[in-house]
Structure formats: structure tokens, C-alpha cells
Design a protein around this ligand. Structure first.
Ligand SMILES: [Zn+2]
Ligand SMILES: [Zn+2]
Ligand SMILES: [Zn+2]
Ligand SMILES: [Zn+2]
Ligand SMILES: [Zn+2]
Length: 480
């Protein structure tokens, strides 16, 4: 394909057989445009050419000459040619010697395929095969389209280079870009064919090659002003991988409403850009071709919008926030913090996890702890925030543990004898409480009748002396 490209100045393209949605359509389109088409089969591991059981030689390029369909019979045939013009041939269905397949066609139909081809004696390296078999037995198909010679296509050519500013290690929005406007006078159909071929100049397959990738994006707002959104939703085609081949070709059918288009000569890192010491320039050519429409190509200049946060030009990776606000990826957190709701506790922006509280939000962890502490009910005993287990008391709360102990002691009835809180067992005397033990003893001693002899309290056995009072048994002898 590279040779064809060099010889014809045509637009090259390459496809993996398995990635082609409609191989028959593709081949017919290419033939209609007088493209040179070839196909080949990758050998299993082996590098050199090798004959497979099917008669096809792997790692060898074959030409595709014609495509003929017998619609009533559901037969679609492709004519293949070995450029050697001789040698081994395909030996499967519709091969030269396969009379059973050929018997399915009438003489008239066979004659449509021209002389030769189906003659088993003629080893001319040319044969017919079903398009299904082509898909099964070959792995790639490539073509070179002579678009310069076809008057239905308009071709714009950009010859330029990637350098430190525009290569930048995969910052696609910095890569060279052009805008394409529809002019009046083209054909009025709704779908427009656009083909972009990006070529790294003077490079054949080499480890030195860059990863390249043309991108086509729709809906340019201001022609000539750099479009940043060259990935994601605005992409009109799905070519995800970069190729280190000399050419990367993308063809799409887009709507008229997708215009103006933005076409980017995408390059992925690899020595261009950020590696200051190894930075090098790399030249490229980009053909932008449009079918049946008059178009104007505008080269986009270097002015970049600035980051909303740091106010520097958007040379680094960037992200878009709500409302189309664009900031560097590294400035994104700062932007989120600037615009986020503020924490009720520390007043800073809420970017991480947070709790919803009355009247707003609070950062999780430290701020939330502090906020709860500030807003919690206070312990009636120690005055500190009540967050854990606690007891409700009249008009407030009291911590479990030491605080509730203190509270109970304070609010308990007092002992009529010692004046201290009555917590344990007690006696009720004259509506008051008295501790069991020493206090009730002391109370009884105080309130007992006094001995008329020794004047001490009378406890235990005594004599009742009529008209005088009580007296201990042991004091009775001293009675006068
Ligand atoms: Zn910034
Ligand atoms: Zn906070
Ligand atoms: Zn407390
Ligand atoms: Zn007491
Ligand atoms: Zn006594």
C-alpha cells in the first residue's frame, strides 16, 4: 500500500477484516472509486510467506479486481489476483477447479465473469471466491484511493509538523487542528462523506514511528478558534487506537448539521513534546477530503483559553465542569472547593464526604465531630456535650457513668441524721430518711428516753419508775 501511495499520490487505508461491518459494501465502494485494493493473510506466528491448505499464501499481498453479485442466487463473488500472475491458487468454493460450485451458475452468468477465471487448466494466479470466504481466509484489506483524480472529491492538504508546543505528549487539544466549513453550491444530500488521511512523512514501518490518530469532531462554534473538546461526545468516529503505521485513515459519513468540522492531527507522546531533552519535531501531511461538497479549510491558531482557577493557558490536561467551565485537571479540586457549598463548621468548600445537618452540610470526620460537640445538649452535671449514652433528667441530660452518679447524689433526699444523700438502705422517720447503720443508731440514741440515774439513753431492759421515768437495770441499785 505504501508503494501504491507513493506511486499514485492516492489516499491509503487499511482495515482489519474482522472490524469491517459490511465487507461487500466496502469493496464495491472502493472499486467504484477506482481504488487499488489488496488483501492479505497474516501467517500464524511465522513471518515469511507460506502456503496454507487453502492455497492462499500468508504474508503475501493479493489484488482484488472485481466484485459481481448474483442477487437471485445470493452469491457474491470477488475476483482475486496474485500479483505474481501464476503459482498456487485458492482451492475452495468457486476456485478454478470447483465444478460443483460453478454448476450453480448458468452459462450466461459464467460469461459475465469473463473468460478464464473458472478454467481449471489455467494457472494464471487469478480466481473467484465468495466474499464470505474472503473474509474468513484473509485478515486485512487495504486500498489506495485516487481521490485527486476523482472530480466528486475536494481534497485539502495540510503539510505541517508536530513540535514541542503542538505535540505535547498526547494533549490532543494542542495537536494541530483545522476547521472545515461547508460552502454553497455542493450537492444537497443530508449525509456528507469525509475522509481524513494522516501520514507521518518519510517513515516506513519503524520502531521510531509515532502513534498517530486523526480525529474528526463536529459542531465547531467559532471557526478558527481552537476547539478543546476533541475527544468524547464531539467525536464523529470511533477509532480508538493510535497506529504507528505511516498512514492513519478515517472515513465517516456525517450530517450537514455536524459542520463546521474540527479535524485534528492527533499524535500520542513518544518523544514529541514533554521530554525536553529528547524533544524532536516530526513532520506530517494530512489530507482532508470531502465528497460532493464545496468546503473551506481554516487553520487554527495557537491562542488557548485560560484556566478559570490558575488563569494560565490550558496547555495541560483539562476538565470541564458544569456550565462549561474549563480548568486544568490539577486545578479541578481547587475549583470544586471554590464553588462547593461551605462546611458549617470550618467554612471551607465541601469536596469530600459530608453529613447533612440542620441548615447545611458539615465535613465528615473532624469537622463533624466538632460540629456535633458544639451543637449537642450539655450535661447538667459537667457542662460538656452529651454525645454518647446518657440519662434524661429534669430539663436536661446527664452523662452515663460518673456524671449520673453525681446527679443522683445531688438530687437524693438527705439523711436527717448526717445530712448526706441517702442512696442505699434507710429508715423513714417522721417523713425524713435516715441511713441504716450508724445514722439510725445515732438517731435512736438521741431520741431514746434518758435514764433517771445516769442520764444516758435507755436501750435494752429497764425499769419504769412510776411518776419519775425510766432507769437502766444496772442503774436501779443506785436509785435513792
Ligand atoms: Zn489551572
Ligand atoms: Zn469543615
Ligand atoms: Zn457530665
Ligand atoms: Zn446519715
Ligand atoms: Zn442509767
Amino acid at each position: 500500500m505504501l508503494v501504491l501511495q507513493d506511486l499514485t499520490g492516492g489516499i491509503p487505508e487499511n482495515h482489519d477484516m474482522q472490524d469491517i461491518p459490511d465487507l461487500w459494501q466496502l469493496i464495491n465502494n472502493l472499486l467504484e472509486e477506482q481504488a487499488s485494493i489488496c488483501c492479505s493473510k497474516h501467517g500464524d506466528g511465522a513471518k515469511g510467506e507460506r502456503e496454507e491448505d487453502s492455497g492462499i499464501i500468508s504474508n503475501h499481498a493479493y489484488g482484488i479486481l472485481r466484485a459481481v453479485e448474483f442477487r437471485d442466487r445470493g452469491i457474491r463473488l470477488v475476483q482475486i489476483r496474485n500479483p505474481w500472475g501464476s503459482g498456487v491458487e485458492w482451492n475452495g468454493r468457486f476456485s478454478d477447479g470447483d465444478s460443483r460450485s460453478w454448476a450453480m451458475l448458468s452459462d450466461r452468468e459464467r460469461s459475465m465473469l469473463g473468460g478464464g477465471g473458472c478454467d481449471p487448466t489455467e494457472k494464471d494466479g487469478t480466481w473467484w471466491m465468495l466474499v464470505e470466504d474472503l473474509k474468513r481466509h484473509y485478515s486485512t484489506i487495504g486500498a489506495c484511493r485516487p481521490i485527486l483524480r476523482l472530480d466528486r472529491w475536494t481534497r485539502h492538504l495540510l503539510v505541517s509538523s508536530w513540535n514541542k508546543e503542538t505535540g505535547c505528549g498526547g494533549q490532543l487539544h494542542l495537536n494541530p487542528q483545522v476547521h472545515l466549513e461547508l460552502m454553497g453550491g455542493g450537492r444537497g444530500q443530508d449525509l456528507v462523506k469525509v475522509l481524513v488521511c494522516l501520514t507521518q512523512v518519510s517513515k516506513r514501518v519503524s520502531s521510531d514511528n509515532l502513534g498517530i490518530h486523526p480525529l474528526i469532531c463536529g459542531g465547531v462554534e467559532k471557526v478558527g478558534e481552537r476547539v478543546l473538546k476533541v475527544t468524547g461526545d464531539s467525536r464523529l468516529h470511533k477509532m480508538d487506537a493510535y497506529t504507528t503505521s505511516r498512514n492513519a485513515t478515517v472515513e465517516i459519513e456525517c450530517k450537514r448539521s455536524d459542520f463546521p468540522l474540527c479535524v485534528v492531527a492527533g499524535v500520542f507522546g513518544g518523544g514529541v513534546g514533554e521530554l525536553a531533552s529528547g524533544a524532536r519535531e516530526a513532520n506530517f501531511e494530512m489530507s482532508v477530503c470531502v465528497k460532493d461538497q464545496k468546503t473551506k479549510m481554516v487553520l487554527v491558531g495557537g491562542d488557548l483559553p485560560e484556566c478559570r482557577v490558575c488563569k494560565k493557558a490550558l496547555k495541560l490536561p483539562w476538565v470541564e465542569h458544569d456550565g462549561g467551565v474549563i480548568v486544568h485537571s490539577k486545578c479541578s479540586d481547587a475549583y470544586k472547593e471554590q464553588t462547593a457549598d461551605k462546611c458549617l463548621e470550618c467554612g471551607k468548600g465541601l469536596v469530600g464526604s459530608f453529613y447533612r445537618e440542620d441548615g447545611g452540610k458539615v465535613h465528615a470526620d473532624v469537622c463533624h465531630e466538632r460540629w456535633r460537640e458544639r451543637n449537642a445538649d450539655k450535661c447538667s452535671v459537667c457542662g460538656k456535650a452529651v454525645l454518647g449514652s446518657h440519662f434524661p433528667v429534669d430539663g436536661g441530660k446527664v452523662h452515663d457513668g460518673a456524671c449520673i452518679e453525681i446527679h443522683r447524689e445531688r438530687s437524693a433526699d438527705k439523711c436527717s441524721s448526717c445530712g448526706k444523700a441517702v442512696m442505699g438502705s434507710f429508715f423513714t422517720i417522721d417523713g425524713g430518711k435516715i441511713h441504716d447503720g450508724a445514722c439510725i443508731e445515732a438517731h435512736r440514741e438521741r431520741t431514746a428516753a434518758k435514764c433517771i440515774v445516769c442520764k444516758k439513753a435507755v436501750r435494752g431492759q429497764y425499769y419504769d419508775i412510776a411518776g419519775k421515768g425510766q432507769c437502766h437495770v444496772e442503774c436501779h441499785g443506785k436509785l435513792k
